[in-house]
Design a protein. Structure first.
Length: 86
């Protein structure tokens, strides 16, 4: 008499968790490291990248001690700068 494999004997259906996304459980999101750019390069392209004049970019970056930042960091600094009360 042939023996059943472990897979065949333990083939009970797995319970489904309500609201769970199987695709994300099987393939967890990959974390991507953000690119950093020299502040001078971002400044030169402030109008195209952030839709602000260079003067606004300069004000937002005032006091920044890093030579390189991400576009997300720059955007956040600009947003904070523009929301300050005068």
């Amino acid at each position: 008499m042939p023996r059943k494999s472990q897979e065949q004997t333990n083939s009970q259906p797995q319970p489904q968790v309500e609201g769970a996304n199987q695709a994300s459980a099987e393939n967890p999101p990959v974390q991507v490291e953000e690119l950093t750019f020299r502040v001078e390069r971002l400044r030169a392209n402030a109008k195209d990248l952030f839709d602000v004049p260079v003067e606004v970019f300069d004000g937002a970056m005032h006091g920044l001690s890093k030579a390189k930042i991400t576009k997300v960091e720059a955007t956040e600094r600009i947003r904070e700068f523009l929301s300050k009360e005068v």
